[in-house]
Ligand binder design. Structure first.
Ligand SMILES: Nc1ncnc2c1ncn2[C@@H]1O[C@H](COP(=O)(O)OP(=O)(O)OP(=O)(O)O)[C@@H](O)[C@H]1O
Ligand SMILES: C[C@@](O)(CCOP(=O)(O)OP(=O)(O)O)CC(=O)O
Length: 419
């Protein structure tokens, strides 16, 4: 087989996700087993996604990977675990057209080339590791004809990065912590697909931050070691919240959804503060955004927007419908206008058709914005230029898909090297 020249490849696209009931803390660092269940919303891959091409050829002399065009090492234990777990489940593959036949037993011997691209900044608090490891596992499973369902695959992705297991599904997803020592029951399941609650609009404020934050992995390790509040959260609080959140999603009950998302985000950050030494992920801009949303929700009498923050200052804002999202964007741009030379289409990315609906597609449109009446005296004026790098407008989205169009492959079909 070593003299054969064929390259066999698969390309897939996988979404990222944002937790509304947070995963924070592991009971097993190696297998990546969490101390509590978590629930997330998958974000539309049309706006935020990873694309990965995986290929196999008898002519490859070692496993190699390129991330965003640069070769990276696969020697880390998380990559090694995912590769080993997937290889051991590989099935027979035959492509008669190309005259390729790979037997199950050969997956252990054949080497892989992998190229991956995130269409959003890597390691910037936008969960690139979630989309990245989910895409790696999903595309390899397709390449190797692995006969396992998405939940079983999620248990492999989990070992790349915990939150990655939830990116194997679209819509609303629960990661069940499981109780077995081997982690086989610590898997993701879909609660509802992306069409179930499709009124929701998600606006992410990518908040400028100078220093690199503590990574989720080391941050949660320190929390587990030092925070008593985390123990209370995991045992007493989250189990009840998970039930309530499942109910809220089932009933499309936005008021409960908002209450639970916001309080859980705040408690996650409280647990970070309860860590020794304390971890600060949010900054003044994050706090200002929370204030703005809280005041607006209060003045409306019923919640219009939910907020949640992961391990960084970026705000993920979930509006109950498009009309509210338009108002939200107007309010956000009033308080966080772009720097004077910024083009609006690069300041609001993703689904930027919302700019037109918000009347923000013309020259001077931001300068003409009026302060939202309910919050005008409380937050200060338009002095926050540059605090938000940009906004992403998106919505709940689908799970992983194979991209059959060869032109989307990141590797050359002849050489198996990056295009
Ligand atoms: N497309 C990808 N394919 C495989 N691995 C990836 C991919 N993108 C990111 N990663 C891995 O994830 C790491 C970044 O994870 P990290 O947790 O630091 O950042 P993040 O996930 O973008 O942010 P956060 O966890 O704060 O939301 C990268 O160094 C790389 O190892
Ligand atoms: C705050 C979070 O985003 C934490 C995510 O942590 P990671 O999944 O990045 O951590 P590791 O399992 O160590 O790779 C909350 C969440 O996504 O649930």
């Amino acid at each position: 087989m070593a003299t054969e020249k064929w390259v066999y490849m698969v390309t897939a696209q996988t979404p990222t996700n944002i937790a509304v009931i947070k995963y924070w803390g592991k009971r097993d660092e190696v297998r990546i087993l969490p101390v509590n269940d978590s629930i997330s919303v998958t974000l539309d891959p049309d706006h935020l996604c990873t694309v990965t091409t995986v290929s196999v050829s008898p002519s490859f002399d070692r496993d190699r990977m390129w991330l965003n065009g640069k070769e990276i090492s696969l020697s880390g234990s998380r990559y090694q675990t995912c590769l080993r777990e997937i290889r051991s489940r590989g099935g027979d593959v035959e492509d008669k057209e190309k005259g390729i036949k790979i037997e199950k037993k050969n997956w252990e011997k054949l080497n892989l080339h992998i190229a991956s691209h995130n269409n959003f900044p890597t390691a910037a608090g936008l969960a690139s590791s979630a989309a990245g490891f989910a895409c790696l596992v999903f595309s390899l499973a397709k390449l190797m004809n692995v006969d396992e369902d998405s939940s079983q695959l999620s248990a492999i992705a989990r070992q790349g990065s915990g939150s990655a297991c939830r990116s194997l599904f679209g819509g609303f997803v629960k990661w069940t912590m499981g109780s077995k020592d081997d982690g086989s029951d610590s898997v993701a399941v879909q609660l509802a697909d992306e069409k179930y609650w499709d009124d929701l609009v998600i606006i992410i404020a990518v908040v400028s931050s100078r220093e690199k934050e503590t990574s989720s992995t080391s941050g949660m390790r320190e929390t587990v070691e030092t925070s008593l509040l985390l123990q209370h959260r995991a045992k007493e609080i989250v189990p009840k919240r998970i039930v309530q959140m499942e109910e809220a999603i089932k009933n499309r009950d936005f008021a409960s959804f908002t209450r639970l998302s916001c309080t859980d985000s705040n408690q996650f950050h409280a647990v970070c503060l309860d860590t020794s030494p304390p971890i600060f992920y949010m900054n003044d801009t994050s706090h200002r955004i929370i204030s703005l949303v809280e005041k607006w929700n209060r003045s409306e009498g019923t919640p219009q927007v939910a907020y949640t923050f992961d391990a960084g200052p970026n705000a993920v804002l979930i509006a109950r419908n498009r009309k509210v999202a338009v108002q939200l964007l107007q309010g956000l741009l009033y308080y966080f206008p772009p720097k004077s030379d910024t083009d609006m289409k690069s300041y609001v990315v993703g689904d930027n058709s919302i700019l037109k609906e918000a009347g923000l597609d013309g020259a001077n449109s931001v300068e003409n914005l009026q302060p939202p009446p309910e919050i005008k005296d409380n937050i200060g004026t338009q002095d926050q230029k540059g605090e938000v790098s940009y906004f992403i407008c998106t919505r709940p989205g689908r799970g992983p898909v194979v991209l059959p169009d060869q032109t989307q492959a990141l590797l050359d079909p002849e050489t198996g090297l990056p295009k």
